[in-house]
Ligand binder design. Structure first.
Ligand SMILES: [Zn+2]
Length: 386
């Protein structure tokens, strides 16, 4: 059974061999043929082949589904009071994670799954067709393992983040916690995870601890990704590059050396920028032009989490990236689609070419530029996933 989606005023493919030849590969007056959940043909409507069924999209723009490569969806509780306090002048240092850990440990599996399901649904309605999610609010072997089990009901992109912060009960023996994460906790989480991640930050884990945990994860067959350079400079970004991390996330305090390292590793390591975090903590945005102009592969992701970035809206992240981080509209859209796919090492999503998953979004707008031009407006009219 094949379906021809036709009458698309502006079709963004992210395939530079198509359409205008730009990185977005924009086809004017385009069409797509989908068969068995995959793209069977894409190009100008005038050249479209026949299909069993025909669907007129009535003009407008079509873009690849967003790929959100960084989210923390498995949690319970609410931190709106902390947000309000921070907006009233308190400085964010990541300490509020303990609040969520306590609520998450107290929640039932069903409550956790209901929360993830609600957020996954929000992501989908916002045009996200692939998303990653992390553990990291359990911080005990059983709570981390069940967080990943629950996450796995909603996505195959699951990340073990036992090294989010040192939990209160290990405050006086962090070495023992690092041993636990790299030992028994990793062993229990390994069957439910694809990735391993560490919050490498002054207030969380230093580079030596990060190395121990990531190397243990690699030895167990997981692929590393990393939170680094969010709250201050450090050696985390270069460690991530050295260990072949798929993505190093935040990078707000990246130095010139860090950017050089990321640029030379552009085919293996992506820099994922998370504007929702700076927005919601009223912090300085990363200087995105330094990354883009140096040739670093850049992704944009929501960082959806209850403490520092409680948004599931990729359109919002694009608007902030363009308005406040000096991405061009084209760079921001690419980063939120193809960039996210690169950060998850996925070649089946993030672009619309023959053989890829048929994941695309019809916008209520004549051009993708409206995602930044019309901030806060619900422009996602329809989402097709597979
Ligand atoms: Zn994060």
């Amino acid at each position: 059974m094949s379906t021809l989606y036709t009458n698309i005023d502006e079709l963004v493919t992210n395939d530079a061999t198509l359409g205008d030849g730009s990185p977005l590969g924009i086809v004017t007056d385009g069409a797509i043929v989908v068969e068995d959940g995959r793209i069977a043909w894409v190009g100008p409507r005038a050249q479209a082949p026949d299909a069993d069924e025909r669907l007129d999209l009535d003009g407008g723009a079509v873009i690849p589904g967003f790929v959100d490569s960084h989210a923390h969806l498995v949690f319970a509780g609410d931190r709106s009071a902390e947000f309000a306090a921070r907006m009233a002048g308190q400085r964010y240092d990541g300490g509020g994670i303990a609040t969520t850990v306590s609520a998450t440990r107290s929640a039932t599996d069903e409550q956790l799954a209901a929360n993830v399901g609600r957020l996954a649904d929000e992501l989908r309605r916002g045009g996200v067709t692939t998303f990653e999610t992390k553990s990291g609010y359990g911080l005990s072997t059983p709570d981390e393992a069940r967080s990943l089990r629950v996450a796995g009901e909603f996505t195959s992109e699951t990340t073990f983040l036992g090294a989010h912060v040192v939990p209160i009960e290990y405050r006086h023996d962090r070495e023992a916690y690092v041993r636990l994460v790299a030992g028994d906790m990793l062993a229990a989480c390994r069957p439910h995870a694809r990735w391993i991640d560490v919050f490498c930050e002054h207030s969380a884990f230093d580079v030596d601890e990060t190395r121990v945990i990531l190397e243990a994860g690699i030895a167990a067959g997981l692929t590393p990704r990393l939170h680094a350079g969010q709250l201050g400079p450090g050696d985390g970004i270069r460690l991530g590059v050295e260990l072949g991390a798929a993505s190093i996330d935040h990078c707000t305090y990246a130095t010139d050396l860090d950017i050089e390292a990321l640029a030379s590793a552009r085919d293996t390591t992506v820099a994922t920028l998370l504007p929702g975090a700076e927005f919601s903590t009223r912090a300085e945005y990363p200087a995105a032009r330094r990354f883009l102009d140096a040739g670093v592969t850049v992704a944009l992701a929501t960082d959806c989490n209850p403490g520092s970035s409680f948004t599931t809206s990729m359109a919002f992240c694009i608007a902030v990236a363009v308005r406040d981080m000096k991405f061009t509209a084209a760079e921001a859209l690419w980063a939120a689609t193809a960039g996210g796919a690169a950060a998850l090492r996925r070649d089946d999503v993030g672009s619309l070419a023959v053989g890829k998953r048929a994941d695309f979004v019809r916008l209520d707008a004549p051009s993708y530029i409206h995602l930044a031009y019309r901030p806060g407006v619900p422009l996602i009219r329809a989402v097709l996933a597979g």
